[in-house]
Design a protein around this ligand. Structure first.
Ligand code: FES
Length: 173
C-alpha cells in the first residue's frame, strides 16, 4: 500500500519509539493518521498496519472494532460526535444527540448525502467535568447548550467551518 511521504515519515517516527518486540504500541496512532489520509480503515490498510507492527490482521481488526474514532466506513468532512454517556446524559447529552439527528436528518454513524457532515453517538470522551461535551473531528466543545449546538449545526449546514462559527468556544486538546 502506498502512502504520502509525510505519512511514511510519521510511521517511521512512531515505530522508532518502541523496541522491536513492542511495535504494536504504534498501531493506534498509525491507524488514526492513515485513516485521515485514506478516508477510512480498509481491509488493505488493516493488513498493511498489521504487517508493519508485527501482528495479525485479526488483531488490528479487534482494535479497530473497539475504538470509536476508527471507522471502516468513510465519515463526513466534519464528523460530529455527541457524548451520551452518564455525565453528559444527566445534563442533556441525549437531547443534544436527538437534536442533531433531527437537524441533520441522519442517525448514528451516518453521513449526509453531500458528504460534508456525519454524526456519531459516542461513549465518554473524557470531558465529564465539562458535560455535556461534543467533538467535531479532533476539536472538543464543552458545556454545550442546545442553543450553541443549534448554531454549530446550522453553521455547518450553511457551509461554514467550525472555526467560522463563533457562538460556541472550542477547546483544542
Ligand atoms: S460522560 Fe460525556 S465526556 Fe464523559
Amino acid at each position: 500500500m502506498t502512502f504520502s511521504p509525510e505519512l511514511e515519515a510519521r510511521f517511521e517516527k512512531f515505530l522508532a519509539n518502541y523496541p522491536a518486540d513492542r511495535k504494536r504500541s504504534a498501531m493506534i496512532p498509525m491507524l488514526i493518521y492513515a485513516q485521515d489520509e485514506v478516508g477510512s480503515i480498509t481491509d488493505e490498510l488493516i493488513a498493511e498496519v498489521a504487517d508493519r507492527v508485527g501482528v495479525t490482521p485479526l488483531q488490528v481488526n479487534e482494535v479497530v472494532g473497539f475504538y470509536s474514532m476508527l471507522h471502516k466506513k468513510g465519515m463526513g468532512k466534519f464528523h460530529v460526535q455527541v457524548c451520551t454517556n452518564i455525565s453528559c446524559l444527566l445534563v442533556g447529552g441525549a437531547e443534544l444527540y436527538d437534536r442533531a439527528c433531527h437537524k441533520l436528518g441522519i442517525g448514528h454513524k451516518q453521513v449526509r448525502p453531500d458528504g460534508r457532515v456525519s454524526l456519531e453517538e459516542v461513549e465518554c470522551i473524557g470531558a465529564c467535568s465539562w458535560a455535556p461535551a461534543i467533538q467535531i473531528n479532533y476539536d472538543f466543545y464543552h458545556d454545550v447548550t442546545p442553543q450553541q449546538f443549534d448554531s454549530l449545526l446550522d453553521g455547518l449546514l450553511a457551509g461554514k467551518t467550525p472555526e467560522q462559527i463563533t457562538e460556541v468556544g472550542k477547546v483544542n486538546c
